[in-house]
Design a binder for this molecule. Structure first.
Ligand code: GZL
Length: 306
């Protein structure tokens, strides 16, 4: 179009098509796969040209992807920071190149709020709190409950915040005790390996709090290999509510799931159009999400998109 695009990013040609550089964390979990598919679908629907990169959960790969987007002079950069810290330098380069940055899914820990335009994603502390409140209500009356916590990726916002929210919620229920807490890096294999080790060193584990479904599913494999019944001998709470997790919940192997919505694509594309047009956008866009019991999972499964 002939609109004045001086307010926009480095700007591609004068055409109307917006180019977005998206630096994705990786493909570590069912949640991530659903998130990627939705972003690619939404870009297509919005007529936005997407330059997509998968960092295999390595921060240095995300940083080099952002640098290449700056070189390509994309109109807008969006990414999900694999960890909270270490982004100031590359975000300053984007700012100097006059390319706006939108954070999706995970946030960064920076002193300089001007380094990104907005953060679109869940409140992970609230997710942890919802998990803890269910634990207080359902495990609280059971006497001494020794909990194994499977943390997400070390230093990632969802791992830090889900740990904080859960710990806060159970703080006043002393018979709920976290006896082991370690990262399984949000992967099924990580969850299985850590759970095996924890079961060997803590015979008295009665419950598991996993920061995502994939690690919970790995824990189920380890629990069954140890001859115990997941969902009964050892109860399990997870976060995400992707299809495989919801199936395990419906099958009684998981006891409660806190949803984390991966379908951020349409909101992201709408924000990108406003940002490139130089319009004001809210500095924080929180996504809608709920929780599921075993009964609710049976009802919801047929309609689950991911
Ligand atoms: C949460 C997202 C987390 C998911 C995991 O928004 O960052 O990363 O909970 C995924 O499944 O790996």
């Amino acid at each position: 179009g002939d609109g004045d695009d001086s307010g926009s990013g480095g700007g591609g040609g004068g055409g109307d098509t917006i180019t977005m550089g998206f630096a994705q964390v990786g493909a570590e979990s069912g949640w991530r796969t659903a998130n990627t598919a939705d972003i690619q679908r939404a870009a297509e629907d919005a007529g936005i040209e997407l330059q997509f990169s998968d960092a295999q959960q390595k921060q240095e790969n995300q940083i080099s992807a952002i640098r290449s987007f700056i070189q390509q002079k994309v109109d807008v950069i969006a990414f999900s920071p694999v960890v909270e810290t270490g982004w100031d330098a590359v975000l300053l380069e984007a700012k100097r190149a006059n390319i706006p940055v939108i954070l999706t899914d995970r946030s960064v820990d920076t002193e300089d709020e001007s380094l990104y335009v907005t953060f679109l994603g869940s409140d992970f502390i609230e997710e942890g709190r919802k998990a803890g409140e269910w634990a207080v209500e359902n495990w609280g009356p059971l006497g001494q409950v020794n909990i194994a916590e499977l943390q997400g990726t070390t230093g990632a916002a969802p791992a830090l915040d889900r740990q904080e929210g859960f710990a806060d919620a159970i703080a006043d229920t002393p018979n709920l005790k976290i006896v082991a807490s370690q990262t399984g890096d949000f992967t099924r294999s990580g969850g299985r390996e850590v759970m095996e080790a924890m079961l060997n060193s803590n015979p008295e584990i009665n419950a598991v709090y996993a920061h995502n479904d994939d690690m919970g599913l790995g824990a189920i494999e380890a629990i069954e290999a140890a001859g115990k019944v997941p969902g009964k001998d050892i109860q399990i709470i997870t976060v995400d509510a992707v299809k495989d997790g919801m199936q395990a919940l419906a099958d009684g192997k998981i006891n409660f799931i806190v949803e984390c919505n991966p379908l951020l694509g349409d909101q992201l594309m709408e924000l990108a159009k406003k940002v490139v047009a130089g319009e004001e956008v809210e500095s924080r866009v929180v996504t809608e999400e709920t929780t599921f019991t075993q009964e609710q999972a049976k009802e919801a499964l047929p309609d689950r998109q991911y």
